[in-house]
Design a protein around this ligand. Sequence first.
Ligand SMILES: Nc1ncnc2c1ncn2[C@@H]1O[C@H](COP(=O)(O)OP(=O)(O)OP(=O)(O)O)[C@@H](O)[C@H]1O
Ligand SMILES: [Mg+2]
Length: 148
Amino acid sequence: MTVQDHTDAVRLDNVTRVYGDGSAAVHALRGVTLAMQQGTFTALMGPSGSGKSTLLHCAAGLDTPTSGRVLLGATDLSTLSERKLTELRRERAGFVFQAFNLLPSLDVLGNVTLPLRLARKRPDRRWLHEVIDRVGLTSDPVRKFLVE
Ligand SMILES: Nc1ncnc2c1ncn2[C@@H]1O[C@H](COP(=O)(O)OP(=O)(O)OP(=O)(O)O)[C@@H](O)[C@H]1O
Ligand SMILES: [Mg+2]
């Protein structure tokens, strides 16, 4: 399989992920090679325990493969320090967790804009309004805040 293309958004080359060791080792990923191109939409399906979350965690730099390589655009994640990985997750990866992992002490806007706050960036109001609207999160208090 050829997976070399400059338009690849994400690429996995022979990625394995083993949890535990010895007789207790779980081979969650056994050599996954795939490429996802920019502007495409991929659904990953399989039974519970088949490794979907493990693959997504490795692809987004949340987990490190036991072997193999993950590239986000041209960036090889295995070459990044923990700090650079954190920045990459903040700037370049979006992730909706199975259990959402929202912060209950923050409201809708607080949760949506948290990565920007951590990066000390001001949200673009119009864009914020649009994304919140598009995913159906707009409530009257949110709308009021956005137009002010
Ligand atoms: N932190 C961990 N430590 C040990 N084993 C793990 C760990 N995380 C996942 N596993 C094991 O790796 C395998 C793949 O799990 P994974 O969570 O990736 O599956 P999944 O396809 O996302 O399942 P689900 O549909 O239930 O979310 C399973 O056998 C699981 O028990
Ligand atoms: Mg899962």
